[in-house]
Design a protein around this ligand. Structure first.
Ligand SMILES: CC(C)(COP(=O)(O)OP(=O)(O)OC[C@H]1O[C@@H](n2cnc3c(N)ncnc32)[C@H](O)[C@@H]1OP(=O)(O)O)[C@@H](O)C(=O)NCCC(=O)NCCS
Length: 226
């Protein structure tokens, strides 16, 4: 069984979609959200929603459809928060009760590189330098970390922010990341918010996570997390 527990504090439930979850139909309200979509989209949406329901049920959340907000973000039940990611062959959902964690983001990517054309829009000049110095860096690490950061912060601010808004800083020995806003950044990151970025390679894929706490809130220390 794949262990992704190093990505989040212990009170976050992580569910990798099982094979059945990719095809198990959802409730009527959720199926309406993918009516007319291509098969690939229907499958990934079902995988994400079924995994999210499994995670919410472990947290004893009230049953009910998991609808979506105006920018596709899942509308988590009151008192809960979470995140979903899928790529062609993997899907994962993470959920927790609202409390010390203010928001969560997750992303899963294959280990193959992004096309050079796309990477050009993602990486800042500092990140390009960093990649040149660290050739063994997982190919999509910068892209994936920025996706996780976006999914974590968007639900709180309701604003899109581009890939060039931040430069990531990595602690490769601990598989963690932080970021510094760039001069192109139009988003405010208040000083009392602490973003925790982590990553892990598992199951032939790259997983990145981002979660948010406030200063003065210690992280739960029930396992080996820092
Ligand atoms: C929203 C976005 C992250 C989704 O990416 P994707 O390629 O579809 O990849 P994933 O499968 O990993 O994620 C999709 C899931 O993210 C969630 N999601 C989508 N939009 C979201 C948002 N605005 N906020 C939080 N979660 C969101 C949904 O659950 C979605 O799955 P679903 O539609 O099946 O429910 C991407 O389209 C995007 O806009 N990226 C820009 C990120 C960015 O600018 N980053 C820069 C930060 S420095």
């Amino acid at each position: 069984m794949m262990d992704l527990s190093s990505l989040f504090p212990p009170d976050v439930v992580i569910v990798k979609a099982s094979n059945e979850m990719w095809s198990t139909p959802l409730c009527k309200e959720e199926e309406l959200l993918i009516e007319g979509a291509v098969e690939k989209r229907q499958k990934e949406f079902r995988a994400g929603r079924n995994a999210a329901h499994a995670a919410l049920s472990q947290l004893n959340a009230p049953p009910g459809p998991l609808l979506r907000g105006e920018k596709r973000q899942p509308a988590w039940p009151a008192g809960f928060l979470g995140s979903i990611s899928h790529c062609r062959e993997r899907c994962v959902a993470v959920c927790t009760k609202k409390g010390e964690l203010l928001s969560l983001g997750i992303d899963v990517e294959p280990l193959s590189p992004l096309s050079k054309g796309i990477a050009r829009y993602i990486d800042t000049p500092e990140e390009i330098q960093f990649k040149l110095q660290h050739e063994t860096l997982p190919a999509r690490l910068i892209f994936s970390a920025k996706e996780s950061l976006y999914k974590c912060y968007y639900p709180l601010i309701g604003r899109y922010f581009g890939f060039q808004s931040v430069t990531l800083n990595f602690d490769l020995s601990r598989q963690r990341f932080q970021f510094t806003p760039t001069s192109a950044c139009k988003i405010h990151f208040p000083e009392n918010l602490i973003f925790h970025g982590r990553y892990q390679i598992a199951d032939h894929h790259l997983y990145t996570s981002c979660f948010l706490t406030q200063t003065g809130t210690p992280l739960p220390q029930a396992n080996s997390m820092g």
